[in-house]
Design a protein around this ligand. Structure first.
Ligand code: FAD
Length: 364
């Protein structure tokens, strides 16, 4: 990933607040990053990608997250689409889709439905085989990056199990409607997706017939580790802003940093950033070593990262005081963006339930 940070700095510059306000990341920014393989840097070189390790991709994700959580969200979706295709697709499907995702096209992944949020077993979208075609029917909500996407990886019921299907956003029967005024990650292109009798070649189906929750867990694993590293980025941005302000602003005759209660906020922020970084590093090590601990380590990273980011962003706002009370200020955006990280890819409570199951089933 040599030079990747410079490319991001060049493309993002100081425009993240403007993108947050307008709710849009310019197309050329997304296309340039996609064409360089940077939105899904873990795609193997054999499939046209950069072949980055989870650790390297994670640190890069944190860097993007420190600049713009909306862009990082688009990156998470692209990486999750690529990962889902990698894990569930055949060699032919790898050759068909992965070079596109590392070569300029954009993708999103749709699980959630109006009545299937935390409980994805309530999903009703169907992918029905009809000779050498499939018909997709359903309604997906809150699909990150769907507004920008060329293809949407849609998860649905397939026979007695489940499948994912790669749906071109331009296919007849697909309607993509933007979510109005999301509270955070406002330029991430969240949209609701209606699939009205969408007919596709059967070759678009990935992992047909797997148990639904197994398929969902496979796909979500990438989303979770990516969000976790994104939270590290949020914390780094907050720590930078808070310490910069506390070093330069004087009240009661001394720097804010020299007031012990403010110093405690800085200590807490540093602690949050370090905790989140270490659990992410551990999870990425598990990914890179193919360790069986990977699933739990990933849920732990997502849980810790999101909670620490939400707390850390609130702390940073407190340190900056009125200086942060402007729409678009880096920590004001972080405050809104971080809270959403506690809701998605398995909310805080859902992650806690998974971790509790693990704790209960561990040998004494
Ligand atoms: P609900 O499931 O209704 O939950 C509401 C509250 O109840 C939460 O606090 C939850 O933790 C709690 N709760 C629910 N069940 C339990 C339980 N059993 N025990 C304890 N507490 C419980 N979806 C996609 O498919 N693709 C995307 O790209 C995507 N991106 C998103 C981006 C954003 C910014 C947001 C806000 C959502 C996105 N979603 C996406 C949807 C997201 O995955 C869901 O919002 C999430 O799964 C939670 O579902 P819900 O909002 O319906 O909340």
């Amino acid at each position: 990933l040599a030079g990747a940070r410079e490319i991001v700095d060049d493309l993002v510059g100081d425009r993240a607040a403007e993108w947050d306000r307008t709710g849009l990341i310019p197309d050329d920014v997304l296309r340039t990053l996609s064409a360089r393989g940077l939105l899904c840097a873990g795609v193997p070189e054999a499939s046209g990608g950069l072949g980055a390790s989870s650790a390297a991709n994670g640190e890069f994700t944190a860097f993007v997250g420190s600049r713009c959580s909306s862009l990082r969200s688009v990156m998470t979706s692209q990486g999750m689409a690529a990962w889902t295709i990698q894990r569930l697709g055949s060699a032919q499907q790898h050759a068909e889709y992965l070079p596109k995702l590392a070569g300029g096209q954009l993708a999103a992944v749709a699980f959630s439905e109006p009545e299937a949020g935390s409980d994805l077993s309530a999903m009703t979208t169907t992918i029905e085989q009809d000779d050498d075609t499939v018909v997709v029917r359903g309604q997906k909500v809150w699909t990150t990056a769907a507004h920008y996407a060329d293809m949407i990886v849609v998860v649905g019921r397939y026979g007695s199990g489940a499948a994912a299907v790669v749906v071109p956003a331009s296919a007849p029967g697909v309607t993509v409607t933007r979510v109005a005024q999301p509270s955070g990650c406002r330029a991430a292109g969240h949209a609701n997706v209606t699939l009205d009798e969408v007919r596709l070649p059967a070759t678009a189906v990935l992992g047909g017939g797997q148990p639904l929750m197994l398929l969902v867990t496979t796909a979500l694993a990438y989303g979770r580790i990516s969000v976790a590293w994104g939270c590290v980025g949020i914390l780094r941005a907050c720590l930078d802003a808070a310490r910069g302000h506390a070093r330069t602003r004087t009240q009661f005759g001394k720097r804010l940093a020299d007031h012990q209660l403010v110093a405690r906020h800085l200590a807490n922020l540093l602690t949050s950033e370090q905790i989140a970084t270490r659990v992410c590093e551990h999870a990425s090590r598990c990914w890179d070593q193919g360790s069986p601990e990977m699933v739990v380590a990933t849920v732990l990273a997502k849980q810790v990262g999101a909670v620490q980011a939400a707390q850390g962003a609130a702390t940073a706002v407190q340190v900056l005081g009125s200086a942060a009370a402007h729409e678009g200020h880096v920590v004001e955006r972080a405050y809104r963006d971080a809270k959403l990280m506690e809701l998605i890819e398995g909310s805080t409570e859902i992650c806690e339930l998974i971790l509790a199951d693990h704790a209960v089933s561990m040998p004494a």
